[in-house]
Design a protein around this ligand. Structure first.
Ligand code: ZN
Length: 170
């Protein structure tokens, strides 16, 4: 089961969580049956607070399970974490679906709009409706707005959408 988790999948999870360190952390969890946040922090060389923050994020998505015991000597709680690999696949799938949804919305937007652009780096493209109101002057730099061909963007988005659909088996 665990062998099905490849590095690409781990990176996707980390990206989705917005935490680069999550990759390292999941790697460690992957290689141990159950482990504590102290051990993870030590092994990964990541600060304990950061480790805990990421672990709780993973926990929120049911990607790890948590078991709490009490240290008989100190009376403090010890948190034992375990990776839920079957949940990981589901998580990646739902992330992919979300990305696909966003890409589709973006693609439709690109297809349904005519864009105008001043061709100044850093300025943004303006849809036709707005460009008319601006009398075809860029609101940022004041240069004239000219038609912008978004065919390449539409093609790139279409390709990405198709690839994701394939991955999702749609
Ligand atoms: Zn401009």
């Amino acid at each position: 089961m665990l062998s099905t988790i490849n590095d690409a999948a781990l990176t996707k999870v980390a990206e989705a969580l917005g935490e680069e360190e999550a990759v390292k952390l999941i790697e460690i969890l992957k290689n141990s049956e159950e482990t504590t946040d102290d051990v993870i922090a030590n092994d990964a060389g990541i600060r304990l607070n950061t480790v805990r923050k990421i672990l709780y994020k993973l926990y929120d998505h049911s990607l790890v399970s948590l078991r709490r015991t009490r240290d008989p000597k100190t009376g403090w709680f010890i948190f034992h974490w375990k990776l839920q690999p079957d949940q990981l696949d589901g998580f990646i799938l739902s992330q992919k679906r979300r990305v696909l949804e966003k890409l589709n919305i973006r693609l439709e937007y690109e297809k349904n709009h005519d864009f105008f652009y001043c061709y100044t780096p850093g300025c943004r493209r303006i849809p036709f409706e707005d460009a008319v109101e601006l009398v075809f002057r860029c609101p940022t730099c004041g240069k004239p707005l000219m038609h912008y061909d978004n065919d390449k963007m539409v093609q790139a988005l279409t390709k990405k959408v198709e690839q994701l659909r394939k991955e999702l088996g749609e």
